[in-house]
Design a protein around this ligand. Structure first.
Ligand code: 13P
Ligand code: SF4
Length: 338
């Protein structure tokens, strides 16, 4: 192979297709459909992806739905339009399949807020506690956990643990505090948070509600307590979507990442969805990690089958156990992500 090509492909494996231009005359939707068929590939997308990616996906869902879809697919290639921990979970469940992530830099501030070394030391302070970790964490944190949960199944997962069993919850302190309130437990919380869900302004939302008195506030449980207290409904992305579509109200203020508005507007075209305002003028309720993926990068990663998620087998096996426990408890409770 030519040295430039070797260097370019090593760079792509490390960073993704950062500097590659795609011929603007290519019909990306058509090409992606062609590649899906040719390669027996499936595109799984989270609701926070840009609208074009959601429209081309075979499956759009919340973290639970995506993990369940990854666990049952018979495709040879899983193209994960989401962030790294989601694609990593798909790889943990599918060691023999190729798992691609359009941009390897698509990380997660919440997952980053729990470095494995520090968390291991924290865990050692509570030797009689079990660890329930939110799926938004690295494989290393999963390997240090007993059960994984998502915002769709967290209450059921916690309730499956005997009441006298002390629990550490990581990494999201906002979700953990919300779950303590709902379940009456007193879980020890790791001090992590999501940069997108921490940015909403209570003052601006309150003013917005006054200007739109018929609008209901719906919020993701990664938001701070002050927002959750005034919300009319709290739930995972799928639960927010279902509520917005089925509830009698016609206007909603949506306190989560803006990508979800695309499906809300598609499923309920006559309703009004207003993104909850952040505490400054930035586009902070767009997740900068999720939005690193583009339709162009999705096409390139399918064409060249990179960047690929790889992981060390011992880590994979250790991180699989708590994910399987989550899937098992969810199956028994009849919980299916959307
Ligand atoms: P859910 O889609 O499971 O509600 O998770 C939201 C999220 O923050 C994903 O990064
Ligand atoms: Fe992570 Fe928050 Fe982005 Fe979700 S929205 S991927 S939790 S940074």
């Amino acid at each position: 192979m030519d040295m430039n090509i070797v260097e370019a492909s090593a760079n792509i494996e490390k960073k993704g297709f950062l500097d590659v231009d795609v011929d603007p005359t290519i019909d990306l939707f058509h090409e992606i459909e062609r590649l899906k068929k040719e390669k027996n590939a499936i595109v799984l997308a989270h609701y926070y992806q840009e609208p074009d990616i959601q429209d081309v996906a075979d499956y759009i869902g919340d973290s639970l739905g995506l993990a369940q879809a990854a666990a049952k697919t018979d495709a040879d290639i899983i193209v994960f339009a989401g962030v790294h921990f989601m694609a990593e979970t798909a790889k943990i469940l599918n060691p023999n399949k190729k798992v691609l992530l359009p941009d390897l830099n698509a990380g997660c501030s919440l997952a980053d807020s729990a470095p494995a070394g520090l968390f291991k030391k924290f865990k050692e302070k509570y030797p009689d506690h079990i660890v329930i970790s939110y799926i938004n964490c690295t494989a290393e944190i999963k390997a240090l956990s007993d059960i994984i949960c998502t915002s769709s199944n967290a209450i059921k997962i916690i309730e499956s643990v005997p009441e006298d069993q002390p629990i550490i919850f990581a990494p999201d302190k906002n979700l953990g505090a919300y779950l303590n309130k709902i379940t009456g437990r007193n879980m020890v919380l790791w001090n992590g948070a999501c940069m997108v869900h921490e940015i909403f302004s209570l003052e601006k939302i309150t003013k917005l509600k006054m200007r739109n008195p018929n609008a209901k506030l719906i919020a993701h449980p990664e938001c701070e307590d002050a927002i959750l207290r005034i919300a009319d409904f709290v739930g995972s992305t799928t639960q927010l979507l279902k509520y917005a579509v089925t509830d009698a109200a016609n206007e909603f203020i949506v306190a989560t990442e803006t990508g979800i508005l695309h499906q809300m507007q598609k499923d309920a075209p006559n309703k009004t969805f207003i993104p909850a305002p952040p505490d400054n003028a930035c586009a902070c309720n767009d997740c900068p990690h999720m939005k690193l993926n583009t339709l162009e990068k999705l096409y390139l990663c399918m064409e060249y089958e990179m960047p690929e998620i790889t992981m060390e087998e011992n880590l994979r096996v250790a991180s699989l156990k708590p994910i399987e426990r989550m899937l098992d408890i969810s199956r028994k409770a009849g919980l299916i992500g959307g």
